[in-house]
Design a protein around this ligand. Structure first.
Ligand SMILES: Nc1ncnc2c1ncn2[C@@H]1O[C@H](COP(=O)(O)OP(=O)(O)OP(=O)(O)O)[C@@H](O)[C@H]1O
Ligand SMILES: [Mg+2]
Length: 501
């Protein structure tokens, strides 16, 4: 308001006068009622504080540090709020707790998109028992089936994928003591199909792949029983496997090979085998391969008898939406080492079955409870490592579940070469899902996965408050995700029967 005094007259040229001279009327002053005494902030404080002793009055307003940064740089200050979200492709899993948006998972789509820092579609899931690892996998498989993916569960240790399999109309296979289900880990697989039509170079390539896979498995088998596997063992087995499969004799079809056959050849070596493997005589050969024969014997005798020592009786229909191989009966015997060896055999067999997948035949291959295998030995870790490395070639999404990030390291002393190899295994996957963990595991998360303190707190705090919560590491991006289950999925994923009972 502006007023001007002139003599005894007072001319008002304020806005109210102007408006009223034009016949208008401004609304009166709005009176603000005093804040009630119980309000959270009943009195406002002026910017410089109250001008009174002890009330923090400042002659100038205090300076606030100001930083300017782009949205690209913002994740450095707020590491859990990355710039862009992920595209709405693939399985709708739940919600992103930071943005409130829907969280989608599409590993193959992520690999194909150069803007997403993911170069392989493997997923490692870590979490304390009961946090929802298996439930997440089941929901993921179910939601990817509608995009044409199929599931393959290599070793369902607790029979918990059977419900899902039956819901999809597929009868699961069961492998265990006294059961008819048998898998030949030395199966030739689809690489042996149409053998006589292949040219010599392709035959040679395929035999190398097949025997390479078998050797990795047999090395893992020997290693898991503390039997040394050096160049001599490798040469002997390569020679035996090539002879049994019939390639060097120019067979028109690769012969199926079984572990007892390999054992029998080692136990009764021909003179040419003794000579070719540079042993002085038969006795020298037998002495040299005794431990190896004993290691192979573990698959033919004892707790694994009848499961991996003959031609496969399990013939999955690869067009069905899911195939599961249950190991519950074996698991119930309480022999964890046997379960670990069985998982190793199934993993190798599963790799064989996927060696010649047709274009567009995408599969989610699950290796649940992989810690049972990897803690057997370094060779067992290397066997899993080999199985996973080949996934990019055949277009499968390999899912591995562990309890703690250090699980694979239990194969060797910390700091040893074994631990280094196990650590490298963790880097075989660009997608890592960290479900709830106890506080003691926090430093592991920092050391092995490079999580900051704030990210560790998400895993040991926020993720422990609700099942299905996880910190997702997608390349170098992080997402706080809550998986949501539909009522049907809650029934199919329910694993607390024993506890509830
Ligand atoms: N997102 C979720 N919402 C509600 N319930 C869930 C969720 N995820 C898992 N559950 C429930 O929690 C229980 C344990 O889940 P699950 O068996 O998947 O755990 P796990 O981590 O695989 O445990 P383990 O290591 O023992 O195999 C199940 O009964 C399941 O239904
Ligand atoms: Mg589980």
């Amino acid at each position: 308001m502006r007023t001007r005094r002139s003599g005894s007259h007072e001319h008002t040229t304020d806005i109210t006068g102007l408006v009223s001279s034009a016949g208008g009327r401004l609304p009166g002053r709005i009176s603000v009622p005093p804040a009630p005494a119980e309000a959270l902030f009943p009195r406002t404080v002026p910017p410089r504080g109250h001008r009174r002793r002890g009330h923090g009055w400042a002659p100038t307003p205090c300076r606030v540090a100001t930083y300017e940064l782009t949205s690209d740089q913002a994740p450095v200050v707020w590491p859990l709020i990355p710039g862009d979200g992920l595209p709405p492709w693939g399985a709708e899993l739940g919600y992103d707790a930071l943005s409130g948006g829907t969280f989608y998972c599409d590993p193959m789509g992520w690999v194909a998109d150069d803007d997403i820092p993911v170069t392989n579609p493997n997923i490692f899931i870590f979490g304390k028992p009961g946090r929802g690892k298996s439930a997440l996998v089941k929901a993921f498989i179910l939601r990817m089936v509608r995009f044409g993916y199929r599931g393959l569960v290599l070793g369902d240790v607790k029979d918990e994928y059977e419900g899902l399999s039956r819901a999809l109309g597929v009868e699961p296979f069961r492998i265990g003591p006294g059961l008819t289900g048998r898998v030949n880990p030395l199966d030739v697989g689809p690489l042996g199909d149409g053998w006589s039509n292949l040219d010599a170079a392709e035959q040679r390539r395929r035999v190398t792949v097949i025997t390479g896979r078998w050797l990795t498995l047999l090395r893992g088998l020997a290693g898991s029983q503390a039997v040394p596997f050096g160049p001599t063992e490798e040469r002997v087995l390569t020679r035996v496997l090539r002879e049994l499969v019939g390639w060097e004799q120019g067979a028109t079809q690769l012969a199926p090979v079984t572990v007892p056959e390999v054992w029998a050849v080692l136990d009764g070596p021909t003179s040419s085998l003794v000579r070719d493997t540079r042993h002085a005589d038969r006795q020298h050969f037998l002495d040299d391969t005794r431990l190896l024969r004993d290691a192979l014997g573990a698959l033919c005798d004892g707790s694994l008898r009848g499961m991996f020592d003959g031609p496969s009786t399990v013939h999955p229909d690869w067009r069905a939406p899911i195939q599961t191989l249950s190991l519950r009966a074996l698991h119930d015997t309480g022999n964890q080492a046997a379960v670990g060896i069985a998982l190793m055999c199934l993993n190798s067999w599963g790799q064989a079955m996927r060696e010649l997948a047709g274009p567009g035949d995408h599969r989610i291959v699950l290796r649940d409870e992989a810690w049972l295998q990897t803690r057997l030995s370094l060779d067992a870790v290397m066997s899993l490592d080999a199985n996973l490395r080949l996934s990019r070639r055949d277009g499968d999404v390999q899912v591995v579940t562990y309890h703690k990030p250090s699980d694979p390291l239990s194969a060797g002393d910390s700091g040893s070469q074994a631990a280094q190899i196990a650590r490298d295994l963790l880097h075989l996957s660009d997608i890592r899902v960290l479900m709830g963990q106890d506080g003691e595991v926090a430093s592991e998360l920092g050391n092995l996965l490079g999580l900051t303190r704030m990210q560790q707190d998400v895993v040991t705090g926020w993720a422990m408050q609700e099942k299905g919560r996880a910190l997702w590491l997608v390349g170098d991006r992080k997402f706080k995700v809550q998986t949501l289950l539909t009522p049907l999925e809650q029934r199919l994923t329910y694993t607390n029967d024993a506890v509830a009972g």
